[in-house]
Ligand binder design. Structure first.
Ligand SMILES: [Zn+2]
Length: 145
């Protein structure tokens, strides 16, 4: 089975919180450095750690994500988020509850789970070059001239 950051997983943050897992406790959105680099992609650095590329978004109302770090690769369960994902979840909660600094990334952008469906490319058929009437019209004009 393919594991790692290329897999975007449904995540159970509630269980992390209820069980006060290491990932959950380690995740401090105030101490962490967060930068949103794409609609659903963040760069997350925990104190003393290296920067990780983290996918975080929403799919049909449920939170999904993945991380390129070892913590996610070797997670306990398929739907266990790593500390970097927990940082984003806590930051989003902070933003919604208090709107304080913990809820924003380094560029002052709110940290929220964006719906991944919003960023799916439009149907490929719509990009087919349309044989519009323009060339026909131009041809007619040319003939009239
Ligand atoms: Zn991670």
């Amino acid at each position: 089975m393919q594991r790692g950051w290329s897999v975007v997983q449904y995540l159970d943050f509630k269980r992390e919180r209820d069980e006060s897992t290491t990932s959950w406790v380690r995740a401090d959105p105030v101490a962490a450095l967060v930068e949103r680099i794409a609609p659903t992609t963040y760069l997350v650095t925990l104190p003393g750690g290296s920067a990780h590329v983290v996918e975080y978004g929403k799919e049909r109302g449920a939170r999904v994500g993945g991380c390129d770090g070892k913590g996610f690769e070797f997670r306990d369960k398929e739907d266990s988020p790593c500390a970097h994902l927990c940082v984003l979840r806590k930051a989003e909660w902070s933003y919604n509850q208090f709107g304080d600094d913990a809820g924003y990334d380094v560029n002052g952008e709110p940290i929220v789970a964006h719906d991944t469906a919003e960023y799916v490319a439009p149907d490929a058929t719509s990009t087919t070059p349309r044989r519009s009437g323009r060339s026909v019209r131009r041809a007619l004009r040319t003939r009239r001239d």
